[in-house]
Write a protein that binds this ligand. Structure first.
Ligand code: FAD
Length: 406
């Protein structure tokens, strides 16, 4: 008899998992999402898809996402709207130059399309940038961005084509198990028997995982970005994205405006038990606080973009990313509970890595050798942890504050 798999969570990660399980074998797949597909923290993502990373184990996962985006364009017969614009890692100090040169070596190792640009070369591609302090930068030509809700919906539509069932507006209340083996899930309406559960419930994952004594080493951490007013003379959608290690900042075009994020030092984390079931109307930042971050921690970014003060900010968007203490991922089987898999803890890269998450989990479930080494993402790598403990959660938040890459 075929195995029955329930995937909980309809963000980019859960939908990718459902897509790959339905594609790579004959398991019966039900994806359960308590709201609409893509409406969780996926809907808040800045959606940069960047390949070159000092955590090399992440790169094959991002490559898989890019492959999946292309495959789904064929399967669904529609454009994904992906913007293949590349990204420029900008060096403005000896330290950032050294780390970017190291990234170029990694890019070569992984066959990524990359070129060193002078300060003038960067200015040519980004007319808004002030290059007074810029030494140069690495142009990663394969990087792109796309609407993250479209990505989640495309994975879900492609999974449905492979006969997966996509059940929206259904809340999973409880995981069922017997003798150390998953046996089903209980929703608000019914009990669904199954052999395997994949927990891809994002910020809420630990509320489910701790029911079966499988705490996941990650915490919900606030992420913020801003969108400037429109300036068609400075920005257009096909401009490269940019990453500024010296300013802990990144940006990409947003129509004829700029979307930019700053990794603030406050490192606000949330206890998953205090989260509402839906993000709509749940504000993680107060009006005056985001101005403080812009004025103080945004100062270095404004050295690259002095016209920000004049152009002004039209929107501030905040949402939750799930960070691990090492700013990485959690993928794989549980420690003890048979039939329980974890796909969360994306550390701000769950759009970029979704395809890799999906493929790795599906291959594990079918007993196929996993296409890449996922040992660095194992749930048990930090030893015993309490994901609700304030000190542990702050470690996760600090990992975000200290992140320099895109
Ligand atoms: C401001 C910001 C900027 C970001 N920028 C980037 C970026 O540039 N690049 C990048 O790669 N990533 C980025 N991210 C991260 C990215 O948004 C996430 O990693 C990605 O969307 C994956 O999210 P997810 O699927 O884990 O979670 P979610 O999208 O939150 O999905 C989890 C889903 O599970 C559902 N759920 C939870 N509990 C239950 C339950 N009991 N029953 C049923 N359903 C349940 C929720 O409703 C939710 O829809 C950013 C995030 C934020 C907040």
């Amino acid at each position: 008899m075929n195995q029955k798999v329930v995937v909980i969570g309809g963000g980019t990660i859960g939908t990718a998992v459902a897509y790959y399980i339905s594609k790579l074998g004959n398991a019966e797949v039900i994806l359960i999402e308590r709201d609409a597909v893509g409406s969780g923290n996926t809907s808040a993502a800045a959606s940069l898809i960047t390949l070159a990373r000092s955590k090399k184990a992440i790169i094959p996962l991002v490559k898989e996402t890019l492959r999946a985006i292309e495959d789904m364009e064929v399967v669904l017969g529609e454009s994904s709207g992906v913007m293949k614009v590349g990204s420029i890692h900008v060096a403005a100090s000896e330290a950032s130059e050294k780390s970017i040169l190291n990234l170029i070596e990694i890019a070569d190792e992984y066959d990524l399309n990359c070129e060193w640009l002078s300060a003038d070369g960067i200015k040519e591609k980004l007319p808004w940038i002030n290059v007074d302090k810029v030494i140069g930068g690495a142009f990663m030509k394969d990087d792109c961005y796309m609407e993250s809700t479209v990505l989640a919906n495309n994975f879900a539509k492609a999974a449905k084509k492979n006969d997966a069932e996509i059940r929206q507006y259904t809340n999973v209340r409880e995981l069922l198990h017997e003798g150390g083996q998953i046996t089903g899930v209980k929703t608000d309406e019914e009990t669904i028997p199954c052999d395997i559960v994949v927990d891809a419930a994002g910020a809420w994952s630990n509320l489910l995982a701790t029911q079966v004594d499988e705490p996941i080493p990650m915490a919900p951490v606030r992420s913020i970005y801003w969108i400037t007013g429109s300036r068609p003379d400075l920005f257009h959608p096909k401009q490269p994205m940019a990453i500024f290690p010296d300013a802990s900042a990144y940006c990409r075009p947003e129509g004829e405006a700029m979307l930019f994020g700053i990794r603030d030092k406050a490192g606000n984390q949330v206890n998953p038990k205090d989260l509402p079931q839906h993000m709509h109307g749940f504000h993680l930042i107060k009006e005056e606080e985001h101005w403080d971050i812009l004025m103080n921690e945004g100062e270095k970014f404004q050295e690259f973009f002095p016209e920000l003060a004049e152009i002004g900010v039209a929107h501030c968007i905040s949402g939750i990313s799930t960070y691990t203490p090492d700013a990485s991922l959690t993928i794989g089987n549980a420690r003890h509970m048979k039939g329980f898999y974890i796909a969360t803890g994306c550390s701000g890269a769950g759009v970029a890595t979704a395809g890799g998450f999906g493929r790795a989990i599906a291959e594990m479930i079918y007993g196929i050798p996993v296409f890449t080494d996922i040992a660095p993402f194992h749930i048990d790598r930090f030893g015993p942890i309490d994901p609700f403990d304030t000190v542990f959660r702050q470690r996760c938040a600090d990992a975000r504050s200290n992140k320099k890459e895109g």
